[in-house]
Design a protein. Structure first.
Length: 619
């Protein structure tokens, strides 16, 4: 079969697969079958998911992959640059920022757009330069026919971007095809690598396909990761081989799939991990069937290069090789050190398989540092690459514009939540204060009712009538107070409105309250004085009044007074028993302070008691 053409299958497996396949391609450049390099004998390339990333670059830059070592090094640098972009996090940031605009667009558009898959296509454009499929096919002369495999999520059919044609393999074995050369190469790669747990299917309708004549394309196709159907890409090869036996020859399969292993501690309790595990189970079963079919076939000479192959005596330490099998299948950042390990393992595994076929290797085998420290560093790099991490999602400042926008949005949301929380707790505190005030008023009313009851029980009819009259008067004043507060608030709110520029008064610092001066009683008073205040009187003014009364011999209780709403509208000194003279002196002392424009009057209230005086003052 040495003269037969080579068909190459590049499996899925995220950027891990892309880099491993790059090593296999390097080995294809370095080995010959007869008088021609293996890479020059390739006639068909079947690519899935991560394999499609490398295959698209090969299609576009075929001259670099078949050129000299410097050209291949340039191709490798471009693949490494893509691997370091952290595609996953870039897509997620843009998908979050564009979620609402895209939803609004989809409401008015007849061609719905999926944000994450759209941004994934944009990331691939950085590598593929927005090239159209037909431009890539025609560039740099003759080249293999490339097939980018996908799965129709709606029907479960195998689909492919094959050369300039988009093909659907029907369940009945039939083939439907239409032109797709006008589409971008990045769209084909995104459709092939839209792994379902992360990316919704890509919509491909008859409008994007330029209104094909075939009725098979009238219903929109929902294209998902090709690995959902066949992660090795072999099924499409078999279908084509049935149609064209001339494809029979050598089939090289580069398999970068994961080993089917789960840690004992894994419970798969998360939706994401369960979906991935279910996909792994299906892919493993299909992959095993495909490998068995290849091994049993006599139509092709098969060579399977696997990431799980152990390469005794290879450039990488056996412990490093074993750890590389567990590197995550993801599209996040792959640093150059890790990329080097995967490429080297791909080249070493392919070299081992090719040597068994007797294919000659040109040039000396690669040599890597063999000291213990270098081997340990390689193992540490591979070990750290096992687990998926989202730490860089909010902190990767290489992608600073969308990241800054997300931080601003997060800050606004946090500030809004904090403001709402403060408003809630302030309202709650106000409700509690109102409840406490209500309880206090109820207590006062209860005391008055007890006093009325006691007066009636002891036959003091006039005293009971006086208490009731005062209670009724206070209730009326409280109602008036509330109405006045509403009016005052309206006036205050109106005063906050800006005046026209010509009328705006100059700003001035508020004047400090004048010192409060009161008169001393004729005889030092033993009566206890309680102060209740309301309105625009400040606590500082009441404290000054309290100090002045104390200094002049009045027995005020505490250092200030009690602000209560029920004091609004009152300016009076309340007394009980035979304390009318003391009440008059206290009222005169406070009136002398000119704290309010309304003079305080004296009111006899039996409930005050014989040893107390109550000051009810407001402004």
């Amino acid at each position: 079969m040495a003269d037969n053409p080579i068909s190459l299958c590049l499996s899925g497996g995220g950027l891990r697969a892309t880099l491993f396949h790059l090593g296999v391609v390097r080995a294809l450049r370095e080995h010959k079958m007869g008088d021609a390099r293996l890479i020059d004998r390739i006639g068909e390339v079947y690519a899935v998911s991560g394999g499609s990333i490398l295959a698209a670059h090969m299609l576009l830059k075929w001259d670099l992959y078949t050129g000299d070592d410097d050209a291949f090094a340039e191709a490798q640098r471009e693949i490494y640059a893509l691997a370091q972009r952290n595609i996953r996090d870039r897509v997620l940031r843009r998908a979050v920022l564009s979620a609402i605009p895209i939803r609004l667009r989809n409401l008015v558009s007849g061609s719905p757009l999926c944000g994450r898959t759209h941004w994934l296509m944009g990331e691939y454009d950085h590598l593929l330069k927005k090239a159209r499929i037909d431009e890539a096919v025609e560039a740099h002369g003759p080249k293999p026919r490339f097939h980018f495999l996908s799965t129709n999520f709606r029907t479960g059919e195998l689909c492919s971007f094959s050369g300039n044609s988009f093909e659907v393999e029907g369940h009945d074995g039939g083939l439907s095809a239409t032109s797709c050369g006008h589409l971008t190469l990045s769209r084909a790669v995104a459709a092939s690598s839209a792994f379902p747990p992360m990316f919704p299917p890509m919509l491909l309708d008859d409008k994007l396909l330029a209104r094909p004549r075939d009725n098979a394309f009238l219903l929109p196709l929902q294209l998902s990761d090709g690995g959902v159907y066949d992660n090795l890409g072999i099924e499409k090869f078999w279908r084509n081989l049935d149609r064209d036996p001339g494809l029979a020859g050598t089939l090289i399969v580069s398999n970068a799939g994961s080993p089917f292993r789960a840690e004992a501690s894994r419970t798969f309790s998360g939706i994401f991990s369960r979906n991935i595990r279910a996909s792994d189970i299906l892919m493993r079963r299909i992959g095993k069937d495909s490998e068995a079919e290849i091994a049993a076939s006599e139509r092709v000479d098969d060579v399977v290069v696997s990431l799980t192959d152990a390469v005794p005596g290879g450039p990488l330490d056996p412990a490093v090789q074993q750890t590389l099998r567990l590197v995550r299948t993801d599209l996040d950042r792959f640093r150059p050190e890790l990329a080097d390990l995967l490429v080297e393992q791909g080249a070493a595994a392919a070299t081992q398989r090719f040597a068994k076929r007797g294919w000659e290797q040109s040039g000396p085998p690669p040599s890597w540092p063999g000291d213990a420290a270098a081997r340990q560093r390689q193992k540490d790099i591979a070990s750290r690459a096992e687990a998926r991490s989202f730490v860089s999602l909010p902190f990767d400042w290489r992608d600073w514009k969308p990241l800054l926008a997300l931080w601003v949005i997060a800050g606004v949301m946090a500030w809004t939540a904090l403001s709402l929380g403060q408003a809630y707790f302030a309202a709650k505190a106000a409700r509690n204060a109102a409840q406490q005030e209500t309880i206090a008023l109820l207590g006062q009313q209860s005391d008055k009712l007890a006093a009325v009851t006691d007066a009636l029980r002891n036959g003091r009819i006039e005293q009971a009538r006086e208490i009731l009259a005062i209670a009724i008067s206070e209730t009326q004043k409280e109602q008036e107070t509330k109405e006045q507060e509403v009016k005052d608030q309206a006036i205050a709110d109106a005063s906050l409105l800006p005046l026209p520029a010509a009328e705006a008064p100059p700003l001035a610092a508020p004047a400090p309250p004048p010192p409060v001066k009161t008169q001393a009683p004729a005889v030092p008073s033993p009566l206890r004085v309680y102060i209740q205040f309301a309105g625009r009187l400040t606590r500082e003014q009441i404290e000054g009044l309290n100090r002045s009364l104390k200094a002049n011999g009045w027995n005020t209780q505490g250092d200030s007074g009690e602000r209560i709403a029920s004091a609004y509208g009152f300016n009076e000194v309340r007394y009980g028993g035979n304390n009318a003279a003391a009440a008059a002196q206290l009222a005169a002392a406070i009136n002398a302070s000119k704290l309010t424009s309304r003079k305080l009057r004296t009111v006899r209230v039996q409930i005050v008691g014989d040893r107390n005086l109550e000051v009810w003052i407001s402004k």
